[in-house]
Design a protein around this ligand. Structure first.
Ligand code: MF3
Ligand code: CO
Ligand code: CO
Length: 267
């Protein structure tokens, strides 16, 4: 956690319109790929499909591809992989829990979102609870966001729910401001913390909790330098949305049709 003063960009009306477009495109990639997330498919095949869709249907770009040398268009993180799973030869099996994280770049602006898929529709009770806990905690955190609220309320909301389920919250990765930059200030911590920062209208940032069934500790794959797994190889789940802070709450820029949650939160 850096202690320098954060440089937070407040988005103008024309920038907000571009953020809406980028967010909608990112959400549409997750809607589009859903029917293909089935047993037997490889994560590399899913990535190829999403890249084709982003470039040739959406006429946009993947922000992941080439980002600090990242080799693929999306991140696909299966079971004990926490985040930054590199798509490849791994074949999905029934009962796998899979996070797909997509960041689309359109007209200079980024939209960043991820969701969990359960391959075949059924998994262990523990996995189901883990996925449910993670999505619930993200929604609870989103509900705190309004002008004048504190960034710390996000971590509080997530922590309360993770504690109730007796799962652990990843501390090594956080949410982030987003806009012209993929990862802007501020850092958005997902656990109870003292990083006091007042939220203002026009801010855009992600909330993207990673929650583990076992230990919160993570390991990075030293062969590829990217893939993060749980230290104890127990499963992990993540959901992510990109938000805009409005006059009286927030707008979920990456909301999908399959979600039973409002686009606008009013306080
Ligand atoms: N989408 C991730 C995030 O939520 C970042 C992925 S960077 C990559 O911030 F290089 F791994 F693709
Ligand atoms: Co993100
Ligand atoms: Co992301």
């Amino acid at each position: 956690m850096s202690s320098r003063k954060p440089e937070i960009s407040l988005k103008s009306p024309s920038e907000i319109e571009k953020m809406r477009v980028a967010g909608a495109l990112a959400a549409q990639v997750l809607e589009y790929i859903g029917p293909f997330v089935v047993a037997g498919v490889t994560t590399g095949e899913l990535d190829d499909r999403m890249l084709d869709y982003i470039e040739n249907t959406q006429h946009a770009k993947s922000a992941d591809l080439g980002y600090e040398g990242y080799p693929k268009a999306t991140c696909i993180s299966v079971n004990e992989v926490v985040c930054h799973g590199i798509p490849g030869v791994q074949r999905l099996r029934n009962g796998d829990i899979v996070n797909i994280d997509v960041t689309v770049l359109k007209d200079g602006y980024h939209g960043d979102t991820s969701k969990m898929y359960i391959v075949g529709g059924h998994t262990s009770l523990r996995n189901e609870l883990l996925v449910k806990c993670t999505q619930e905690s993200m929604y609870a955190a989103i509900k705190t966001v309004r002008p004048g609220s504190n960034l710390t309320e996000i971590g509080d909301a997530i922590q309360k729910i993770a504690d109730r389920y007796k799962f652990s919250i990843v501390r090594d990765y956080c949410g982030h401001g987003i806009g012209l930059g993929f990862h802007e200030d501020p850092q958005v911590l997902h656990y109870r913390n003292n990083y006091d920062l007042l939220i203002e209208k026009g801010m855009c940032f992600t909330i993207e909790p990673m929650i583990n069934a076992g230990t919160s500790k993570c390991r990075i794959n030293h062969k590829n330098g990217w893939t993060v797994t749980t230290a104890d190889h127990q499963p992990s789940a993540q959901f992510e949305h990109t938000l805009l802070v409005t006059d009286d709450g927030c707008e979920i820029l990456t909301l999908r049709k399959d979600e039973d949650f409002p686009r606008f939160i009013h306080h």
